[in-house]
Design a protein around this ligand. Structure first.
Ligand SMILES: *Cc1c(COP(=O)(O)O)cnc(C)c1O
Length: 359
């Protein structure tokens, strides 16, 4: 199916920000994509319009009950001057799964990808070119429909906005560093049967209190444990977690409370291609800490679109610090970062067919 979206161009283009001072989510481009859903009509009238505030009824259901879903992906400028997207079909599929859980109507995979491409093409000149920078893409669905009753809405907006961003962790564009991670033993992120596998707003507001605690403890991020027993490792902040113990790389199995990351899947596929032993299972925190202390845990890292690969240098649990490999960045973490980032930015031949789409 051919999708075309009418474009209304801004009459007052903004000045582009300094690529060396982008931060994360400080600047937004000149346009946005918006499409309506109405009961009986389905998704309709996808269009590109000037970026700007939305007019929303104070009783909009989304504002009260958080019926919403979102995605996160990146576009990179490649050395030929084209723009690379990384596995956008995976984001389209994941949003369908998030929507199913939240009683939001699905968006066709191709329509989602074409909308992303159309907007990125429109604002292509906003893609920053400094090392580590990218154009962050944020598709999301909300309902502007006024309703105080708790039930699924009949009217939704699918919106895409773009933000030129720096590397998620300061300095990681130049050299990776091992981050300090706070193992959270009181608060939980998601329980099995809940919405942990979906990318939806409610999952993140409830985690902020733990991030604040992590900062107080001198750490950059939180390692979440399972909701029921606080015994198994789940995720690091908004990234998936990997641990290399002995000759095997472990990551948590997709139990329902874990967000199935595109970078997680890509990491597992690359490791398997390279002949590295991998296992998806529920890994006990006590096992991880013992392995850190006796030196068999030689590397750990977090994976996500925002950070790509972020090495973990140290775990802090119940007041005790456990360094991993003397807080040095491991060989596999570096290789994964170089491979994934190289593919995404087009500075390396893609090792996997179909993962990189060039506009
Ligand atoms: C988005 C996200 C991830 C990473 O997913 P990617 O598709 O790799 O970006 C992991 N955990 C949580 C909680 C997330 O929100």
């Amino acid at each position: 199916m051919e999708y075309t979206f009418p474009v209304t161009r801004t009459t007052s283009p903004k000045e582009k920000p300094d690529v060396n001072a982008l931060g994360f989510g400080k600047y937004y481009t000149d346009h946005m994509f918006i499409m309506d859903y109405d009961e009986g009509q389905g998704w309709h009238d996808g269009r590109i319009v000037p970026y700007g505030p939305l007019s929303i009824d104070p009783a909009a259901a989304t504002l009260h009950y958080a019926q919403m879903s979102f995605e996160g992906m990146k576009a990179y400028l490649n050395p030929q001057g084209g723009i690379n997207l990384f596995r956008p079909d995976m984001n389209a599929k994941r949003m369908q799964n998030s929507n199913d859980r939240l009683c939001i109507p699905r968006i066709d995979e191709e329509l989602f990808v074409e909308a992303v491409k159309a907007l990125v093409k429109e604002d292509a000149d906003w893609t920053p070119n400094a090392p580590g920078t990218s154009l962050y893409i944020r598709p999301f669905i909300i309902s502007p429909e006024p309703s105080m009753a708790v039930h699924p809405a009949n009217h939704y907006w699918f919106i895409i906005i773009l933000s030129p961003v720096a590397a998620y962790y300061e300095g990681n564009d130049k050299e990776l560093h091992g981050s300090r991670i706070w193992v959270e033993e009181n608060y939980i992120r998601a329980a099995v049967g809940g919405t942990g596998f979906a990318k939806c707003g409610g999952n993140y507001s409830c985690g902020m209190i733990a991030s604040e605690e992590a900062k107080k403890q001198g750490c950059e991020e939180v390692l979440w444990l399972d909701a029921k027993e606080h015994r198994y490792v789940e995720e690091v902040g908004t990234s998936n977690a990997f641990f290399k113990i002995g000759d095997t790389v472990y990551t948590s199995s997709l139990t329902g409370s874990i967000l199935p990351g595109v970078t997680r899947d890509s990491t597992l596929q690359l490791l398997r291609k390279w002949g590295v032993k991998t296992e998806e299972k529920r890994l006990e925190i006590e096992e991880v800490l013992a392995a850190a202390d006796n030196g068999t845990l030689t590397e750990a890292w977090a994976t996500g679109t925002a950070c790509v690969i972020s090495p973990i240098g140290l775990l802090k649990y119940k007041g005790t610090e456990h360094a991993i490999n003397g807080e040095k960045v491991g060989e596999l973490s570096q290789k994964l970062y170089d491979t994934l980032y190289g593919m995404q930015t087009g500075t390396r031949e893609p090792e996997m067919e179909g993962w990189v789409i060039t506009l």
